[in-house]
Ligand binder design. Sequence first.
Ligand code: 5GP
Length: 217
Amino acid sequence: MSEKGLLIVLSGFSGAGKGTVMRRLLQKYENYSLSISATTRSPRFGEVDGQDYFFKTTEQFESMISDGQLIEYAKYVSNFYGTPKDYVEEQLELGKNVVLEIEIQGALKVKEKFPGTVLLFLLPPSAMELQKRLIGRGTEDFATIKARLSRAVEESQGVENYDYIVVNDNLDICVDDINCIVASEHNKAVNNLNLIDNIREELKSFSEGVIYDTSIV
Ligand code: 5GP
């Protein structure tokens, strides 16, 4: 239905599996683009600059803010994260659904600026599973894991602002659910007003002109 892409935010507690869900979504379905954020956090083992994040110094990040290059930014635990504007706008124009994998403060700012944004919150099947995943991935020390769990407690209080909650228990079911939500959002009347306008104009001209009975031809 609507031809322009939708802006989609995927948030979730650290360890909920946002990265895995995103990779599977992009692999399984066309028409999605993942926005790459800028951050002042250091790269984790295996992360590539320009692919996972644009890794910036605090000074570089601050000049991106003052040059108006970011749609939104927020501080998460002790680092800054932000969404670069140009890529997102370009992909939306191309008809791609652009997914921002960002935390809750940024999500709310994006929704305020672009009310058509679809906010999705990814939940783990249980708190125990979340803790297991955070420890299991072995990328953070225990102090950081505790800070992230405590941030999860705070974030759980803002989840009612989201449009949809999706549970990441079975990866493929979760990804298919997200794709169905996005398809329904494209069909919303408010996203198809151009289509309705075009049909109305055609109907008007038919109603005022000669009616050809195509069954005779
Ligand atoms: P991580 O350090 O685990 O890669 O990301 C930490 C948190 O920052 C996650 O909740 C992630 O969704 C969020 N995040 C990543 N990029 C952005 C961004 O551009 N803006 C905001 N507001 N949050 C982001």
